[in-house]
Design a protein around this ligand. Structure first.
Ligand code: HEM
Length: 148
């Protein structure tokens, strides 16, 4: 039995539950054909190809968002909690931390405006991210240096 783990890991994480596959937005953007449709909703990537003709709101609205971030449209509709549950079936991975853009209502100001403190702090952004440098270590999620 072959289990495919997320590539590019640094050797940790044997369990498939902890393996997260990260996709760059440019990768997602290619999945915008009738054959394959991916969407981003709240930083997560969904392959909704097989859901297209099951969507109660019709396939057209999904096709319009194909390969893009549909978070806003998804929320605008006021989808039910059932709809949110359904999302899990189509989840394939997360947007790469370097591609995450600040969402409205994001928690904390990332020093680079990425709104992505969690990923940074976990070292996901790694060397690409200025907040990994020691100068930022005194900044809290509010983006303010601790007064002393
Ligand atoms: C994979 C993502 C999605 C899932 C799982 C999903 C699921 C659903 C479900 C279950 C419903 C029935 C009503 C409800 O339970 O809320 C629904 C309705 C609807 N959805 Fe989605 N949806 C998704 C993405 C989207 C997106 C991206 C849009 C807009 C661009 C959209 C637009 C609509 C509309 C317009 C309706 C009809 C609402 C109505 O007639 O009251 N959906 N969707």
């Amino acid at each position: 039995m072959a289990t495919v783990e997320a590539s590019g890991s640094d050797g940790k994480g044997q369990g498939s539950e902890t393996a997260v596959t990260y996709y760059r937005l440019e990768e997602v953007a290619k999945r915008n054909t009738a054959k394959e449709i991916w969407l981003v909703i709240h930083g997560r990537v969904y392959d909704i190809t097989r859901f297209l003709n099951e969507h109660p709101g019709g396939e057209e609205v999904l096709i319009e968002q194909a390969g893009a971030d549909a978070s806003e449209s998804f929320e605008d509709v006021g989808h039910s909690s059932d709809a949110r549950e359904m999302l899990k079936q189509y989840y394939i991975g997360d947007v790469h931390p370097s591609d995450l853009k600040p969402q409205s209502g994001n928690k904390g100001n990332h020093p680079e405006g990425r709104g992505d403190w969690g990923a940074c702090r976990n070292g996901v952004s790694g060397a690409n991210c200025a907040c990994a440098s020691p100068g930022y270590s005194s900044l809290g999620p509010g983006g303010l240096p601790s007064a002393s």
